[in-house]
Design a protein around this ligand. Structure first.
Ligand SMILES: Nc1ncnc2c1ncn2[C@@H]1O[C@H](COP(=O)(O)OP(=O)(O)OP(=O)(O)O)[C@@H](O)[C@H]1O
Length: 252
């Protein structure tokens, strides 16, 4: 099941550059939230703070509180534990190129010491079905490598890999921006069905995509969260002039 995310007074830096300023936000469980805003406004930095990826950069720093369900991300859990609970999918599909499709999906479990073949088989099938890829790859699971799939299939493989460790939250940083329209549409359909079981945060430059998949949308500008509201409100009656200027294409 997905869990809610609470963010309080979140600030982030790269070196001495203050990149995120006092972000306060509550993301409901089992829903999709879209994050929009012009390039460089801090969307990726924000999602990377949710699963402690930000701190993998030696010059990066975070202050503030993030709760994923009941867990205080920065005080009560290790980065490894948080990254198991909070899966991530990136703009460019990044399957392990030399591993088979099967091993790509099973990699997280194997890393955690799972060896039971039957359990692994079940998890691989379930994850590939959830990612709507099973039917396309089931006959070549151990024969084909992750890199031999099309871009759209690779991205669904990465989604399957993220789901295999049973996360509660799925962060998707522009997951469809490198894909063609048909593959994009598959990813959007997937987001729609995955919401039943996971809480989803999706960074997107595509406002139609935000409108199609997300219940709520947050608009970032220069490291500030300008507005957070039901997606329909953001696109039809934004309360801040800057949001209106952005969605009507006056800047960005
Ligand atoms: N590794 C890094 N080191 C230093 N500064 C960084 C790093 N990554 C991002 N930044 C800076 O932090 C700010 C926010 O970047 P971020 O990637 O979070 O924005 P974004 O809204 O996701 O942009 P885009 O839509 O182009 O992906 C930018 O000014 C960027 O230059």
């Amino acid at each position: 099941m997905g869990v809610g995310i609470q963010v309080e007074n979140l600030n982030a830096w790269y070196g001495s550059t203050h990149t995120l300023h006092e972000i306060n936000l509550e993301l409901p469980a089992n829903s999709a939230t879209a994050l929009i805003g012009p390039s460089g406004c801090g969307k990726s930095t924000f999602v990377r703070c949710l699963n402690r990826m930000h701190e993998t950069n030696p010059i990066a720093r975070v202050e503030g509180n993030v709760r994923i369900g009941e867990v205080d991300v920065y005080k009560e859990a290790s980065p490894v534990e948080i990254r198991r609970r909070v899966g991530m999918v990136f703009q460019r599909p990044n399957p392990f190129p030399t591993m088979s499709i099967y091993d790509n999906v099973a990699s997280g479990l194997k890393l955690n010491g799972f060896r039971n073949r039957k359990v692994l088989d079940e998890v691989v099938e379930r994850s590939l079905r959830q990612a709507a890829l099973w039917n396309e790859v089931k006959d070549d699971l151990k024969r084909k490598s992750g890199a031999s799939l099309s871009g759209g299939q690779q991205q669904r493989l990465c989604i399957a890999r993220a789901l295999a460790v049973d996360p509660e939250v799925l962060l998707m940083d522009e997951p469809a921006s490198a894909l063609d329209p048909a593959s994009t549409s598959k990813i959007e359909d997937l987001i729609f069905t995955l919401k039943d079981e996971y809480t989803i945060v999706i960074v997107t430059h595509n406002m139609q995509q935000a409108a199609r998949v997300a219940e709520n949308t947050g608009f970032f500008l220069n490291g500030h969260l300008v507005e957070f509201a039901p997606t329909n409100t953001i696109f039809t009656k934004p309360s801040d002039k800057r949001t209106e200027d952005y969605i009507t294409g006056r800047f960005g």
